[in-house]
Design a protein around this ligand. Structure first.
Ligand code: FAD
Ligand code: DHB
Length: 396
């Protein structure tokens, strides 16, 4: 027999979006249940994003979940654009008065899960068969199988679809109710985590004839590195020696030497831009990667997910406490303004820095001209900087 439970907000997915939403609602006294398909260990180990905008850091601080972030996060006041084997620093703090913080997404996830479990608030891992129902009524439902194999039904006031790009909530919306905007890039990123101290104090975005490379980090002992590869590339074709050789080539610059170390993790990720409009269907609200994807070049994905749920938490609280629907009605349009700014910025960074098969000499000249302009014009550098550190929440 199916067990039936009632909650105010049913949240599908325990990534940054679902977990921060649950936390913000909990602080407002709103009940929620978080349902996650994977195990706690899996989501806490999953290596993904690493850069938090200053706006995201401030949001996590205001939410009272930034103690470890403030202790361990690495504050960066700029990045390097590397081309013609030379560094061109974009001085974020000088140009905008703001900075970014390098702190792994899985650390944000760990902090939020620990907080939820310490509060004794409901979160279920390893659930299966999640399906959402009655989205256009006033008592939408989620059915699922719990970790013990028992069928469950959760009746809610509102459902939050925070289940990422491959989740089930977006697909539950009738096709005619959504417009999809999509662009797939003719390349992918191969990312590694290496047990080696970073080779440079800041991130390096390198433009190279052989393709893009990125030097990032997680801590004073761990380097994160990415290489542009073919979209259909298989990881077997990239033994560690080949990866290091290619990184050395693409990151080469006067006075720079790349420190190698054991490769702890290796993965290939496709690149796409994707947005659905609206981010709502009845009482179902999509947030984060469930509604939009950006290519990783601008480091925006996790930040957008956090910005969405900041708005959703406020709107849902107003609705459940005071019966006000204006916040819920404004949710999709307000999020989409920030989403499209990030979509443009990520596409722009990607287009400036990657080499696509078949690109001709004309395109290469345009890219180099754009890179030189960005590196030398304070106006162009400030435009990159203000997008990268994160525009104020209501600026777009
Ligand atoms: P997710 O993190 O995908 O969380 C969704 C959750 O839902 C998952 O835990 C999943 O297991 C669960 N789920 C899925 N289906 C179901 C289901 N049917 N039932 C229950 N649960 C389900 N972003 C940045 O901001 N900065 C960066 O530097 C950056 N770098 C990146 C580098 C790489 C290599 C990659 C892959 C991504 C990067 N991103 C970056 C993007 C960022 O990781 C995502 O945008 C972010 O994870 C979105 O968070 P989310 O909570 O919306 O989705
Ligand atoms: C990282 C990822 C990104 O996509 C990016 O633009 C910068 C840094 C990272 O994983 O550290």
């Amino acid at each position: 027999m199916m067990a039936c439970v009632r909650t105010q907000v049913g949240i599908v997915g325990a990534g940054p979006a679902g977990l921060l939403l649950a936390h913000l609602l909990h602080r407002e006294g709103v009940d929620a249940v978080v349902l996650e398909a994977r195990s706690r260990e899996y989501v806490e180990m999953r290596v993904r994003a690493g850069v938090l905008e200053q706006t995201s850091v401030e949001l996590l601080r205001e939410a009272g979940v930034a103690d470890r972030l403030d202790r361990e996060g690495l504050v960066h006041e700029g990045i390097s654009l590397r081309f013609d084997a030379t560094d061109h620093r974009i001085a974020f703090t000088e140009l905008t008065g703001r900075s970014i913080t390098v702190y792994g997404q899985q650390e944000v996830v760990k902090d939020l899960i620990a907080e939820r479990i310490a509060a004794g608030a409901p979160i279920e891992f390893e659930v299966a068969d999640v399906a959402v129902h009655d989205l256009t009524g006033d008592a939408p439902r989620i059915t699922y199988t719990d970790a013990t194999g028992r069928g469950q039904e959760l009746t809610c006031d509102v459902i939050a679809g925070c289940d990422g790009f491959h989740g089930v909530t977006r697909d539950a919306i009738p096709a005619g109710a959504l417009t999809v905007y999509e662009h797939v890039y003719p390349f992918a990123w191969l990312g590694i985590l290496a047990e080696a101290p970073p080779s440079h104090e800041e991130l390096i975005y390198a433009y190279h004839e052989r393709g893009f490379a990125l030097h990032s980090m997680r801590s004073p002992r761990i380097t994160r590195l990415y290489l542009q590869v073919a979209p259909d590339e298989s990881i077997e074709r990239w033994p560690d020696e080949r990866i290091w050789e290619e990184l050395h080539r693409r990151l080469a610059a006067d006075g720079f030497s790349l420190t190698e170390g054991p490769v702890l993790e290796k993965v290939i990720t496709g690149m796409r831009s994707f947005v659905v409009e609206p981010m709502r269907h009845g009482r179902l609200f999509l947030a984060g990667d469930a509604a939009h994807i950006v290519p990783p070049t601008g480091a925006k994905g996790m930040n957008l997910a956090l910005a969405d749920v900041r708005r959703l938490a406020g709107a849902v609280t107003d609705f459940l406490r005071h019966g006000r629907v204006d916040g819920l009605d404004a949710y999709s349009d307000a999020c989409l303004r920030r989403v499209w700014r990030a979509e443009h910025f990520s596409w722009w960074m990607t287009s400036m820095l990657h080499r696509a098969e078949g690109d001709d000499a004309f395109q290469r000249r345009l890219q180099l001209s754009q890179l030189r302009y960005t590196a030398t014009s304070p106006a162009a550098a400030t435009s990159l900087a203000e997008n990268y550190v994160g525009l104020p929440f209501d600026a777009t």
